[in-house]
Ligand binder design. Structure first.
Ligand code: IMP
Ligand code: MG
Length: 202
């Protein structure tokens, strides 16, 4: 059956949306980043990265699965020669809090020694996952190692991780959409929204 999640371009910022999703899904809260804001920021980040990495050996490392939407849009805005690889990580913890104990589910296809590596993340929350990833990839002797994250929640930070490129700072809310999930749902929203009562979805 057809389920209408939200109007095609999302509701006005700051307004709550009644969703027609399954009754056990926590409802969508407010829009945090609109589709046109995503588009403009991704374009600007792409231009900045293109300038910074011109003449270098850029390898984008996408962190599965949440970063893939951002990554696909970002990579098309990069004009410098670049390649793509992926990692999949699992962090022990609750559905909304990572513990910092990280397991590699899928490693890179190829060595990164001597390469200019740019990690592409969906969101940095506590920073514990990224801290692990920076140490792990840093030990493989890349020529350089930087981070580009679509979103960051500075209020939640536990580990001080350097993020060179940031899309948007958001408040301490659980974010969904544009690749970000809650219990694997909502990745397909064309905007970033907050989720009401995130713990109730498990
Ligand atoms: P951290 O280790 O606490 O920084 O969390 C890192 C990972 O947890 C992110 O890469 C996301 O996959 C997930 N995560 C953290 N906060 C959110 C959120 O607000 N929405 C969706 N996923 C999140
Ligand atoms: Mg992630």
């Amino acid at each position: 059956a057809l389920r209408i999640i939200a109007p095609a371009h999302g509701p006005p910022a700051g307004r709550r949306v009644m969703s027609a999703a399954m009754s056990d899904d926590p409802p969508i809260g407010e829009i945090l980043v609109q589709p046109d804001q995503l588009k403009e920021r991704v374009r600007a980040l792409g231009a900045q990265i293109s300038a910074d990495y011109e003449g270098r050996d850029l390898l984008l490392v996408g962190v599965l699965k949440g970063a893939t939407f951002f990554l696909a849009d970002l990579m098309r805005k990069i004009t410098a020669p670049c390649e793509l690889d992926f990692m999949a990580l699992a962090s022990y913890g609750s559905q909304t809090d990572s513990s910092g104990v990280v397991r590699i589910l899928k490693d890179l296809d190829a060595p990164i020694e001597g390469r200019d590596v740019l990690i592409v993340e969906d969101i940095v929350d506590s920073g514990l996952t990224l801290q692990y990833l920076l140490r792990n990839l840093g030990a493989r002797d890349p020529a350089s190692l930087e981070v580009c994250s679509l979103l960051t929640k500075p209020e939640r930070r536990k580990a001080d991780v350097p993020i060179k490129y940031i899309g948007f700072e958001i408040p301490n809310r659980f974010a969904i959409g544009y690749g970000l999930d809650h219990a694997e749902r909502w990745r397909n929203l064309p905007y970033v929204a907050s989720l009401l009562r995130p713990e109730s979805g498990s």
